[in-house]
Design a protein around this ligand. Sequence first.
Ligand code: M6R
Length: 610
Amino acid sequence: MCGIIGYIGSRNAIPILINGLKKLEYRGYDSAGISFLTGSQLGVRRCAGKIRELEGFIQKEKLKSTIGVGHTRWATHGKPSEENAHPHRAGGIVVVHNGIIENYFELREGMKKEGHRFTSETDTEVICHLILTYTQKGLSLEEATKEALKHLEGAYALGIMSEAEPDRILAVKNDSPLVVGLGEGEHFIASDIPAFLKYTRDVMILENGDIASVSRSGVSVWNMHAGKKVNRKVEQITWSPAMAEKAGFRHFMLKEIFEQPRAIADTIRGRISLEQGDVNLSEFSLKGGDLKKLNKIYLVACGTSWHAALVGKYMIEDMVRVPCDVDIASEFRYRKPIIPKGSLMIVITQSGETADTLAAQREARRLGARVLTICNVVGSTSSREADGVFYTHSGPEIGVASTKAFTTQLTALYIFSVALARARGRLGASEAQDLFHELLQLPEKVKAALECNDAVKKIARKYCRVRDFLYLGRGINYPIALEGALKLKEISYIHAEGYPAGEMKHGPIALIDNNMPVLAVAPDDNVLEKILSNMEEVKSRGGTLIAVANEGNTKVATRATDAVYMPRTNYYLTPVIMSIPIHLLAYHIAVLRKCNVDQPRNLAKSVTVE
Ligand code: M6R
């Protein structure tokens, strides 16, 4: 997830671009850049770091221009550095890009053979070179862009400028957001409305396949799929600037919960081949041969990432039949672990900077294990020090409570489990294809699951004043009970515990009375009957039951006082779906208790101290 801004008009574009980038910084902040035209001469200024670094860097130059594009980056391909920062340039063409070009590697290799010289590690640079190739054949910028787009696979929003046509910006949208702001004799393009809300409230929302040609006098839109010019509605935005920053959501946490369909789709993108039932292993830097030799896996993480690790154990042991140990990172390093030859440590970390996780990762390497990190931040310490990286591509997570990072970690673990199972001959191509079919439906199912928001809010109103909460789960969904309890503690300050439901009778059942709600995570899986009995045990002792179950499950309905029903998916992916109402419940309870949802007391987003 990156941020794009563009301006064309009569004012100086430079401060407009910088202000816009500051508003988009929540979308990415590892490097930034702008490009502008002075007459028909393109200038590019970029640097690693935050927007204020870019601002400081260009301030001395007193730059002036009435047309330009800018970009704030959240790295997906290539580390955060000046060379990889956008805008990218080839000849007289510059491009800013948000999204992922899945086939960039093949395109780049092909163009290298034709003599193109690449200066970055990004997927974006191929777009400039492709457009340049077609302009050199005599096509206009718009026609050249149309030809170039035919080669691209993946998701993208683009801002494009050309020295040869200094009076227009092209805005292209395909599966990544892009909007056009309409002013008097001036126009804007941006990934998100807050970037230009200060200047105009009239917004044109582009649709997939749109190429908007934006000039001072107007905007015309061509749609690639329709193969013709189209009219797009102009809407008046009534949000306040603060609301707009969170895309109209009240908090970053809620925004991030609702971003999950996109985040999961981006995590899957380019990783699997449905036709062959195979996983693309190239970016893990672990080869099929390495995977065959593994005989032990350690999953290590902290907090919510540790819950993902627990789910990962169920996935890997079930699909791959390799023994897995799961450790809390701060425990691993002090327990004198025995690491046999052929061990792999899978580190799971959103930030890639958690001190305890890094210490465990270093200890494992010292003891001879190879390390794969499942990480959300490109270029983070964990990713730099690992033997292989699986980036989750969920975009920056601003809310301290981890939500989309968690479900994308689960998605990554699912893909990695299939890769491992295929490499070791535990899964045939057709079984992998079945698993992929289900995976590809996951973004849509998560979208459907999010429809429970109003029902969950009602439940939150009923229980938001309690002092204690108990969460129960079994099997692969036991970690989801832990996750529910952690989220509630973290943002609402209600005491909560997560328990494997079968353990209730060994102690915690003594706590049950009508003051403590018990939430059961009860999807239709191999332990449904077991958890139904555990629910009976709670009910018969006067406990109040809330259930999270699958659509049409009447057995759960008769036992629970309140229930929410989720779409069905396969066994391994139920934790992704079940975590949607769990996260929403914690969120709504915290809001009702007037807690600081995005920045809970005593907590930091990234815990970089032991
Ligand atoms: O960045 P990491 O995934 O390594 O962070 C680990 C935990 O600090 C983190 O998951 C924490 O538990 C969250 N605040 C939970 O919502």
